[in-house]
Design a protein around this ligand. Structure first.
Ligand code: UDP
Length: 495
């Protein structure tokens, strides 16, 4: 069912709209939320539109600019009309430490409300830019709900970007019917009402702010985001139709949202230089990393990375290290620790013992480059949507270890709908520190994904999805066509 070929009408890319006797290029603002997992796909999106001839302006703050500049270097060199426009980030006005302009630099999760408050103060400078440059469209993050009204003031349509998949967008909407009220204890499973596929969850796996109004700030933010989305021009989704067509249809036809699937966005990066230093400067030179992988056999290395935000305690990191060692597999493990943090999070003598067997990257890895290397046999991930989709693009089976945000929903898609992964077994949405996972559970899951026969089926399925992903962004592919249709529709609005 999931792999039915969609019946798409192919539309030509119409980025140049005829106005009288002249052609005018459309101009789009891309305004990502200031977290790596949001900036990375939105910058890719801007590159994608720019490659179609659209003038793309990425709106960000001064400290976020350098990494974006690096990411768009190649696109600029190719002559694409892509720019960065900075607006001052009011850290001190919002009570944040100086220099805190990205979610990964907030001192603790308790600062999240202040960070959101700071982003609301970006309204005035954004409106100034809208007045001066009058773009044809604003694509902005779901967390910037106020941008719908700001854009409307100038008669400009706003498109919403959530950064997640159709499945999770649908699941969150279905949760508004509160199926979790029908159970008597937090670990009792309930079916997500109306969501195709009889998907079961527990209250423990849900973000607390989706269950209770107690988490006022976050609940209000989500309410505002939903209201703004319903008033906006539509939603752009970093996914491809063949991956989750049932949910893409549900989102559009049952939930009534106007949506375009234009992913996988990471595929807009073609060469090694573009894939390296994506979102941040890599903590290891990609040549060194790839050389290490070149020495390994195909499908023999596990890649473990928990995205840009999850931050485990030292005790949990030790469990991971011990579990990896016990699994006997080769691995690359990305850890959010630097040399300055000391080695308290590692078992005694671990790195020495693991020489040649395991590579630890402290900080930031060239993730897509690693994933697509033929030596990678599995991906242990926190199920951030970018990571899941990058795993799919690379055709690598997944061990799911959700931590926060909508990651427990993404886990269901991976394991129960797509059947391309196995769970590590975490049961509870805890936030960025994550639920505890024992070394034994990790060892078992890693051995299973690397050695069990059942994984051959998963590997075949994910390899097929990888092919479909790549095909979807090629001419006439489903994402290519949807992007063209979107550009055409935006063009029609200008007349
Ligand atoms: N990423 C990376 N190197 C790292 C960690 C993350 O390149 O060491 C990239 C990863 O490829 C993905 C993004 O950062 O594109 C993380 O997004 P995701 O949605 O997976 O998780 P989040 O960081 O939002 O929790």
């Amino acid at each position: 069912m999931l792999y039915n070929k969609p019946n798409f009408i192919s539309l030509p890319a119409l980025s140049l709209q005829k106005m009288g006797s002249e052609y005018h290029t459309s101009h789009i603002f891309f305004f990502p939320f200031l977290a790596r997992g949001h900036v990375i796909p939105m910058v890719d999106m801007a590159k994608l539109f720019a490659a179609k001839g659209v003038k793309a302006t990425i709106i960000t703050t001064p400290l976020n600019k350098p990494c974006i500049s690096k990411s768009i270097e190649k696109s600029k060199l190719s002559g694409h009309n892509i720019h960065i426009q900075t607006i001052k980030f009011p850290s001190s006005e919002a009570g944040l430490p100086d220099g805190c302009e990205n979610m990964d630099s907030i001192p603790s999760p308790q600062f999240f409300p202040k960070f959101c408050m700071a982003t609301k103060l970006l309204q005035e400078p954004l409106e100034q830019l809208l007045l001066e440059q009058h773009p044809d469209c604003v694509v902005s993050d779901t967390f910037f709900a106020w941008t719908t009204d700001s854009a409307a003031k100038f008669g400009i349509p706003r498109l919403v970007f959530h950064g997640t998949c159709f499945f999770s967008l649908c699941a969150v909407e279905c949760m508004r019917l509160e199926p979790f009220k029908n159970v008597s204890f937090d670990s009792e499973p309930f079916v997500i009402s109306n969501l195709p596929g009889e998907i079961k969850m527990t209250r423990l796996q849900m973000p607390p702010f989706e269950i209770s109004k107690e988490f006022e700030g976050m609940s209000r933010l989500l309410q505002e985001a939903k209201k703004a989305e319903l008033k906006s021009f539509g939603v752009v989704v970093n996914s491809f139709y063949e991956l989750e067509n049932v949910y893409a249809e549900y989102y559009r036809k049952v939930l009534g949202r106007k949506a375009w699937h234009i992913g996988p966005l990471s595929l807009c990066n073609k060469d090694i230089e573009e894939k390296a230093n994506r979102g941040r400067e890599d903590s290891i030179h990609h040549h060194e990393c790839l050389k290490w992988l070149d020495m390994k056999k195909p499908n023999s290395v596990v890649y473990i990375c928990f995205g840009s935000m999850a931050n485990f305690l030292n005790s949990q990191l030790k469990e991971i290290a011990t579990g990896l060692e016990a699994s006997g597999q080769f691995f690359i493990w990305v850890v959010r620790r630097s040399k300055e943090d000391g080695e308290d999070w590692l078992p005694e003598g671990f790195e020495k013992r693991m020489e040649g067997k395991g590579l630890i990257i402290r900080g930031w890895s060239p993730q897509t480059l690693i994933l697509e290397h033929e030596a990678i046999g599995a991906f242990v991930t926190h199920c951030g949507w970018n990571s899941v989709l990058e795993g799919v693009v690379a055709g690598v089976p997944i061990v799911t270890w959700p931590v926060a945000a909508e990651q427990f929903y993404n886990e269901k898609l991976v394991n129960e709908v797509l059947k391309i992964g196995v769970p590590v077994g975490v049961k509870k949405w805890v936030g960025l520190e994550g639920d505890k996972c024992s070394m034994d559970a990790l060892e078992k899951a890693v051995k299973r994904i690397m050695e069990d026969e059942e994984v051959e089926e998963m590997r075949k399925r994910v390899k097929l999805l990888s092919k479909l992903a790549k095909r979807s962004v090629e001419e006439e592919g489903s994402s290519y066509s949807d992007l063209s249709a979107l550009i055409e529709e935006l063009g029609l609005l200008r007349h």
